[in-house]
Design a protein around this ligand. Structure first.
Ligand code: IPD
Ligand code: CA
Length: 265
């Protein structure tokens, strides 16, 4: 199998190129192409163009690999690798001009299902600020030359947490009830608007923890590897792996309490 670091080199190269394309398109103006699962769930022309670009680059470099992307769906490969891609995570930020969006690219092995896969390499690039977070399995998580480490313990003031809310208004009451349960652990709560950056920030110690219901595989594939390679823990429902039902990421000391509060179990 190709080594995780070789997969990472390709993920970084393509994430940088794709991010530059997204950033350039942003300066030219953003057109909403369609709404998806709910009125608030938008896709811009840039989301589609950037995913097409990433997919074409991967096909050219590694034609045997599988692909799972937000905008263009899944295709099984004949190698053991699947690339899991969100071309623009934080599309609403992108559309509004908030500089918190990212290209998220992960290479995974095993079934292309977050309940089963093993992440090998991850690149999360925010072109608006030029930050590229990267990780390869067993080789650590990095931001440029700086090795990342999650915060060992929240401060005495409580944990700086982040979350997100589903696009479907029917999910909002449940999300707000979850926030009410979690707030006793928190010094404050952020809603950054891009799950890949939430996870990257946990890896970097900029957040103590993150929780969200309703994530899709491409939202957390790369970010979850950043967190685990930075010494953190990523889970889902109690005892489970991250997925649509729940995604929780933080340092080991906070994990049980945050899981209990976020899931209500
Ligand atoms: C969304 C963002 C957001 C999260 C949503 C995701 P998108 O991804 O990551 O922060 O709350 O659950 O769907 O639609 O911007 O790629
Ligand atoms: Ca997206």
């Amino acid at each position: 199998m190709t080594s995780p670091t070789d997969l990472l080199d390709l993920a970084i190269e393509i994430a940088r190129e794709a991010g530059e394309l997204a950033r350039r398109r942003r300066t030219e103006g953003v057109a909403i192409a369609a709404t998806k699962s709910a009125l608030a769930d938008i896709v811009t022309e840039a989301d589609r163009e950037v995913e097409d670009f990433i997919r074409a680059r991967l096909v050219a470099e590694r034609p045997a690999d599988g692909f799972l992307g937000e905008e263009s769906g899944a295709e099984r490969g004949t190698s053991e690798i699947t690339w899991v891609v969100d071309p623009i995570d934080g599309t609403v930020n992108y559309a509004y001009g908030i500089p918190a969006y990212a290209v998220s690219i992960a290479a995974v092995t095993g079934e292309p299902d977050p309940q089963q896969w093993t992440a090998q390499a991850a690149a999360v690039f925010n072109p608006a600020v030029g930050e590229l977070f990267q990780a390869a399995r067993d080789a650590g998580a990095w931001l440029g030359g700086q090795r990342l480490a999650v915060n060992a313990e929240p401060s005495v003031a409580g944990a700086l947490l982040a979350t997100g809310f589903g696009y479907d208004p029917a999910t909002h009451a449940g999300d707000l009830a979850r926030v009410a349960r979690v707030m006793p652990l928190a010094r404050d709560l952020r809603r950054i608007g891009a799950a890949s950056l939430d996870l990257a920030y946990v890896a970097a110690g900029r957040l103590d923890g993150y929780f969200e219901r309703g994530l899709q595989p491409w939202d957390h594939a790369a970010g979850a590897l950043l967190v685990t390679e930075a010494g953190g823990v990523v889970g889902g429902a109690p005892g489970g792996r991250p997925g649509r039902e729940m995604t929780i990421a933080c340092g080991p000391a906070l994990f049980d309490a945050l899981t209990a509060a976020a899931t209500g179990v």
